[in-house]
Design a protein around this ligand. Structure first.
Ligand code: DON
Length: 531
């Protein structure tokens, strides 16, 4: 059991000890995160779950949807240019939340405990209070300007105008009441009646367009997981509307063909081939969007012939300029950030990986006071102006244009991999670099047999086609690697950290490894063994 907060990991463990399975524990953890990690785990956002339970793999899409009144030009000014901030700040930036119905549905289908028992730890944390962590304090301080714009948000997180000190106890009575009603009545407690009316009113008062009808109409969708083979393991990843699975599947498909696994770990050649595979996979991402409108999908992009062609394009010693790499040709197509990932594997080998997000830290900034739920700013994940970079610098196409009811393209990549009785659940926040971070951890375990904590802590790098540069943690390109990459034609940008992985592995002998990223607030979040 690994999550972004010790209180949330503890909630999941308590549920496992009470006889819950991985689905019960994962949902209890996600709900606890909604209380103690509100900048990311909030019920006013959405997410994805990939599970393998009783040997059956499934993927749940509870991504936010565009409100019925959304239009392709809603974030553009009269000049046709994007209006800065419009898709990021305030409730006009919010998609219809998917988490209330999504978490309920995941537990309904796969959990074994009564629903109310699974919600109980979150109710307790919200009612009795929890200790403000240095991270929460810091995130509130960093988002102060945003939160101060909305009186309910300021009242909750800036009492007396300042962030609550770390170490102080925070109670959230409005959220406690909402969670208690949710425990009793399920998502209808949030998406209908007084709560839905309050969300509509708060949104409308600040220029938003979400209605109670949008909330009531929202449904999570079970989708076939995106499946691919990776160096002898089976992988179940998130399909559209996330690009995460397709990017990893395309990249791994190229790397297998280039015999990447035989190269020395950490070598320049490994970095080179991985970067070139990502450059091509992210170029193809340009065509993706909600599966209802996408111009290409896994059928085209994971086709063996296409993977072989993409692999053959890669020059073994020189960077290919991104301007020379076009998206799949079968069409006419020319992070302040917060997300959180949790992983659970139970004693039976059932695995659940959930990534949820508000998009930016504290989402659009607007807390719906009476409900205690903060609204996301996920609408920025649409190509609000096709061809222009978004919050994460991603350049996206028409398939991902805003449209009523559409789900915005994501990069989130909750993933479960297995080989026989060996099972791994993994994922991370990080916007556009989620798939590349996840893939690096996955391959360190699958290909190199790395211990999980070492795989999670290993230095990382990233490339996303545009901008045409390698982003790298300094240690990933130390010792002459940076110079060699530049010699091969790469632009290099050093960044302090990429991602914050939470991963769990159960070995065939029943031994567990659970790893919370050393880049985040500490190993105390990992409790192992579980048995
Ligand atoms: O769905 C997506 O791809 C983004 N909204 C995720 C944002 C994110 O990971 C921010 N976290 N650091």
């Amino acid at each position: 059991m690994a999550s972004a907060a010790p209180d949330a990991t503890a909630a999941g463990l308590a549920i496992l000890r009470a006889g819950g399975n991985a689905a019960d524990a994962a949902v209890a953890t996600a709900l606890a995160l909604a209380v103690v990690h509100p900048e990311a785990g909030n019920l006013g956002g959405g997410g994805f779950a990939v599970v393998r339970i009783g040997g059956q793999a499934a993927a749940l899409d509870f991504r936010e949807a565009a409100p019925a009144a959304a239009t392709p030009t809603m974030y553009l000014g009269a000049d046709g240019q994007p209006v800065p901030g419009r898709s990021l700040v305030g409730p006009l930036a919010a998609g219809v939340p998917g988490s209330p119905a999504g978490l309920f549905e995941l537990q309904r289908r796969f959990g074994v405990l009564p629903w109310a028992e699974v919600v109980a730890p979150a109710v307790r944390l919200a009612t009795d209070g929890f200790v403000v962590t240095p991270r929460l304090h810091g995130e509130i301080a960093a988002a102060r300007g945003l939160l101060a714009r909305f009186p309910a948000s300021a009242a909750a997180w800036l009492p007396g105008g300042v962030p609550p000190p770390s170490g102080s106890v925070m109670k959230v009575p409005a959220l406690a009441a909402t969670l208690a009603a949710y425990a009793e009545r399920g998502p209808a407690a949030i998406t209908t009646g007084a709560a839905a009316a309050a969300i509509e009113a708060a949104s409308r008062a600040d220029g938003g367009i979400i209605t109670a009808a949008d909330l009531a109409a929202y449904e999570p969708v079970w989708r076939d997981p995106l499946r691919f083979a990776a160096f002898g393991w089976s992988v179940a990843a998130m399909p559209l509307p996330s690009s995460g699975g397709i990017i990893m599947g395309e990249s791994v498909g190229m790397l297998e063909r280039l015999h990447w696994g035989a190269l020395p770990p950490g070598s320049v050649q490994r970095i080179h081939l991985m970067v070139e595979s990502w450059r091509r996979a992210y170029a193809d991402r340009f065509l993706l969007g909600d599966p209802a409108t996408t111009q290409a999908g896994p059928v085209q992009l994971l086709d063996p012939a296409w993977l072989a062609r993409r692999a053959a394009e890669i020059d073994p010693v020189r960077a290919t300029p991104s301007t020379a790499v076009r998206p799949w040709p079968g069409t006419a197509a020319a992070e302040p950030r917060e997300t959180t990932h949790l992983s659970v594997v139970d004693a039976s080998g059932n695995a659940v990986a959930i990534t949820t997000t508000l998009n930016g830290a504290f989402g659009c900034g607007l807390l719906v006071g009476p409900v205690g739920i903060l609204l996301n700013n996920e609408m920025d994940d649409f190509a609000t102006a096709p061809g222009k970079p978004n919050l994460y610098g991603l350049v996206q196409g028409e398939a991902n244009a805003v449209g009523a009811g559409k789900r915005m393209l994501s990069s989130m990549a909750p993933t479960v991999a297995w080989r026989g009785d060996d099972v791994l659940a993994v994922g991370t926040p990080g916007g556009s670099y989620i798939p590349t971070v996840t893939e690096q951890v996955l391959l360190a375990v699958l290909v190199d047999g790395s211990p999980l904590q070492a795989a999670v802590d290993a230095p990382r790098f990233h490339h996303q086609w545009l901008p045409d540069e390698i982003m790298a943690e300094p240690a990933a390109v130390a010792g002459g690697v940076a110079a060699e990459l530049k010699r091969r034609g790469y632009a290099l940008r050093l960044v302090p950290r990429l991602g914050e992985v939470n991963a769990v592995r159960r070995h065939p002998d029943g031994r567990f490894e659970a790893a919370a990223d050393s880049r985040g607030p500490g190993a105390a979040e990992v409790l192992t063994p579980l048995r």
